[in-house]
Design a protein. Sequence first.
Length: 243
Amino acid sequence: MKIRVVNPNTTAAMTDTIGAAARRVAAPATRIVATQPDSGPVSIESHFDEAIAAVGVLEEVRRGERDATDAYVIACFGDPGLLAARELTRAPVIGIAEAAFHLATLIATRFSVVTTLSRTTVIAEHLLQQYGFAHHCRRVRAAEIPVLDLEHDTDAALRRIVEEGRRAKAEDGVGAIVLGCGGMADLTDTIADAVGLPVVEGVTAAVKLAESLVSLRLATSKHGDLAFPRPKPFTGRFAHLGA
């Protein structure tokens, strides 16, 4: 089984972190291909960043389709380009936010999300509503750390995440914590030990869900809105995406 794990930003060190976390939980027969777009933002911290990054995600899915990929993981907590990516392939495509929300509800009746910057809490709240998990989530909390601090100032970022996790445990009445950034993928065990709650991280959750769907031979439906896009020419800088 081959799973293409796409880091939608262009920071290679974060792609390496995400890929290593995915390989740690993957089954022995699963091959993880960790990749990133050629162009786009170095981190994703806004609606604008997500819109630009989504094009790179779709280009990575198209590359994967030429490389016999069995499933895809979109390794950004905003799940940029998720439905469009599902249109491009029969393979399962899993966003890490959706995966983490699903798994958190299987181990706790309520959870809180700990993410990076306060402006991204709104994006997570929108996804909770869209996916139908808003009533399970007590609060989306921001550790107020830029995404790239997870790579460049890891110890300080970890302290802030743990602090918010402990506040969630004390104040929110939750049974689990969801980590709200793909760049936190290598911190799960440390945070869980420090906070004293189960911690669900989206990259690893998505890999295991992708393996399950492939093993069950459940593919992306091509009936209805997730059918392949109608062939048509694209112009200008997007000409390569057209048929």
